[in-house]
Design a protein around this ligand. Structure first.
Ligand code: PMP
Length: 387
């Protein structure tokens, strides 16, 4: 694999060989006995990965945006108030999406790199009766992590459902859906879940399923209607054939393999590994004088790192050089600072060696851009975290 370049962006990520092998197996019928067993197992395992044994899991062909869309379509009725806790690009997306379903959206934002405090969210919730509170666990445009436990607590206190966009967090960042009282947690396959792009994954609490069941108006989205999917998910878990729209058979085979690997590692160990990879990456970057977008260490995610380019260096100069030195990184995404920073993903199957390779490649590219620093300082700082 001499031409292989590590894919260290915040999704899609590097995938395990066994997951990719499962993708490549001959496609079976979606009602074949073996596939029914696979899908049933995957649904059961999703509950364990989301740490929500009484939740209703859904697996739909689509991306993370479809999971967000399904929540809007099924839990919002025209005129419902929704509070969007916004820490970047994906908060903006959720506000726009929910408006399409007639929600009255109030946003609570913070400067780039910061997050709204629990007190501010509490104040907002005091002022009006909200049906939903949405929050992005890790906003991939800033690398800021939110206190979803605190926010879910507040939402429950004020009688609102909590919805966590965990696309850049679930199976990487600690998220205890039941214990934290989260009502919907959603993600996509291509990030810490460790499966190529193409699946929208979400788990819905019994409380949120009840709110859904009590809707007064029909769901205004044909494909995402939970009335159509609920019998399908229940049938597969009961090991019965079912059909509404063709499931992504090969992706679900791969999902089942990845979920087994995740549970074999164990959720606490997995969260801890992500903390270590992140600490190594951030220590390496700091030793090179690179500043994070997250304004405080406790606001920085463990699944990714967002870093400002040094003065005078542009993404066009820097990123292709990093790739030639061994790692693909992502440019900026937040529209207000798009050209000022870059992003490193370190989640899912990523190993400490991948982080060291990445920091090494960043050093090579910085040196080629005539940035002055002590060569090897970043790698040494990352190694020191591991030691
Ligand atoms: N939310 C977050 C936090 C994300 O990182 C992403 C994808 N980068 C999405 C939502 C949307 O997911 P997708 O691109 O799979 O539609």
């Amino acid at each position: 694999m001499k031409n292989r370049t590590l894919l260290m962006i915040p999704g899609p990520i590097e995938f395990e060989p066994a997951v990719l092998a499962a993708m490549g197996a001959p496609t079976s019928s979606h009602v074949a006995v073996d596939f029914i067993e696979t899908f049933g197992q995957a649904l059961e395992r999703l509950r364990s990965v989301f740490l929500c044994e009484d939740g209703q899991p859904f697996v739909l062909a689509g991306s993370g945006t479809l999971a967000m869309d399904a929540v809007g379509a099924n839990l919002v009725e025209t005129g419902d108030r929704v509070l969007v806790v916004n820490t970047g690009y994906f908060g903006d997306r959720y506000a726009a999406l929910l408006s399409r379903y007639g929600a009255q959206v109030t946003q609570i934002s913070a400067p780039i790199g910061a997050r709204p405090s629990l007190d501010e969210i509490d104040d907002a919730l005091k002022k009006a009766a909200y049906k939903l509170v949405t929050v992005t666990h890790v906003d991939t445009s800033t690398g800021v992590i939110t206190d979803v436990q605190g926010i879910a607590n507040l939402a429950a206190h004020y009688g609102a459902l909590s919805v966590v966009d965990g696309v850049c967090s679930i199976a990487g960042e600690a998220l205890h859906m039941s214990d934290w009282g989260i009502d919907v947690a959603l993600t996509a396959s291509q990030k810490a879940i460790g499966v190529p792009p193409g699946l929208a994954l979400f788990v819905v609490s019994p409380k949120a399923m009840k709110v859904f069941a009590e809707r007064k108006t029909p769901v205004a989205n044909y494909y995402a209607d939970w009335n159509s999917w609920l019998p399908v998910m229940r049938a597969y878990e009961a090991r019965q054939p079912s059909y509404f729209a063709t499931p992504a058979v090969n992706l679900i085979e791969a999902l089942n393999v990845s979920l087994r690997q995740i549970l074999d590692e164990g959720m606490p160990a997995r969260f801890e590994r992500h903390r270590l990879l992140s600490a190594a990456c951030k220590a390496g970057a700091a030793a090179l004088g690179l500043k994070q977008i997250a304004l405080k260490p406790e606001w920085a995610a463990n699944t990714m790192t967002a870093l400002r380019y040094p003065e005078g260096i542009s993404g066009a100069d820097f990123l292709p050089r990093v790739a030639r030195a061994g790692a693909y990184l992502a440019g900026g995404l937040h529209p207000a600072i798009k050209n000022e920073y870059f992003r490193i993903g370190h989640m899912g199957a990523a190993k400490i060696g991948d982080v060291l390779t990445t920091i090494g490649a960043v050093e090579v590219a910085l040196a080629q851009c005539d940035y002055r620093f002590e060569l090897g300082a970043g790698v040494a700082a990352a190694q020191a975290v591991v030691l």
